[in-house]
Design a binder for this molecule. Structure first.
Ligand code: G4P
Ligand code: NA
Ligand code: NA
Length: 195
């Protein structure tokens, strides 16, 4: 089984705007064995006790979030995305999320029935860039009175502001792969893999 860093080295493609495409195993076609390994890595870092739910945002966070939820035997909950004006219902918590990568604002929402002050959640996502997506989930958790146990990320772009923002908010951030730079199409990692 190849690990995430090896898969990125072999199959990742760098696009203009510091975008790393990983469509062959994570963002379009999905490699289930790789996702299992990712889930076990999260499970080794975070303390499962007292975590009630894994929370992510559709679409690309769902695969790793579901695999970890299955491993731990707890539910996985994903925030839905919609255009800012289309939701008028008061049965959901919502938060605006601005994507620097896509230069669009979406509204993410979670039904109030599925997130309460009884919950202690672990947030999982595929990428951490500016951190806006995760901060939107943290905002929703706050509205619900839920606690956030931590944030697990598959691929962190460490040269962008996301980690600092999340740490400034007091969050425990664990990333499986940390990318130092995407210069001239070359991918470099903060630390080479220990495997
Ligand atoms: P942020 O989520 O950390 O704030 O960063 P940003 O606003 O820049 O990212 C917006 C979307 O782009 C997110 O996905 C995020 O996961 C994704 N993203 C950011 N940088 C990269 C990258 O280098 N490569 C890839 N493949 N994705 C990146 P999303 O809008 O939630 O879309 P989805 O794919 O999860 O449906
Ligand atoms: Na994502
Ligand atoms: Na994505």
């Amino acid at each position: 089984m190849k690990n995430l860093q090896t898969m990125i080295k072999e199959q990742g493609q760098v696009f203009p705007g510091n975008v790393l495409k990983v469509d062959s195993f994570l963002n379009h076609q999905i490699d289930p064995e790789l996702i299992k390994a990712i889930a076990l890595d999260f499970a080794a870092y975070f303390n499962r006790s007292s975590i009630t739910k894994i929370v992510t945002i559709e679409a690309s966070g769902i695969a790793p979030a579901l695999m970890l939820a299955s491993h731990w035997g707890i539910p996985m909950l994903f925030a839905k995305k919609s255009q800012p004006s289309t939701l008028k219902n008061d049965h959901v918590y919502h938060s605006p999320v601005y994507s620097y990568t896509k230069q669009t604002e979406t509204r993410i929402s979670i039904d109030k029935a599925y997130l309460t002050s009884q919950d202690r959640i672990l947030i999982i996502d595929d990428f951490l860039a500016q951190g806006q997506a995760v901060l939107g989930l943290v905002d929703i958790a706050k509205q619900a009175g839920a606690q956030v146990a931590g944030v697990g990320i598959c691929i962190e772009k460490s040269f962008q502001a996301g980690r600092n923002r999340l740490e400034a908010a007091g969050l425990d951030v664990y990333s499986i792969c940390r990318i130092a730079a995407l210069d001239q199409g070359k991918i470099s990692f903060l630390e080479e893999d220990k495997f």
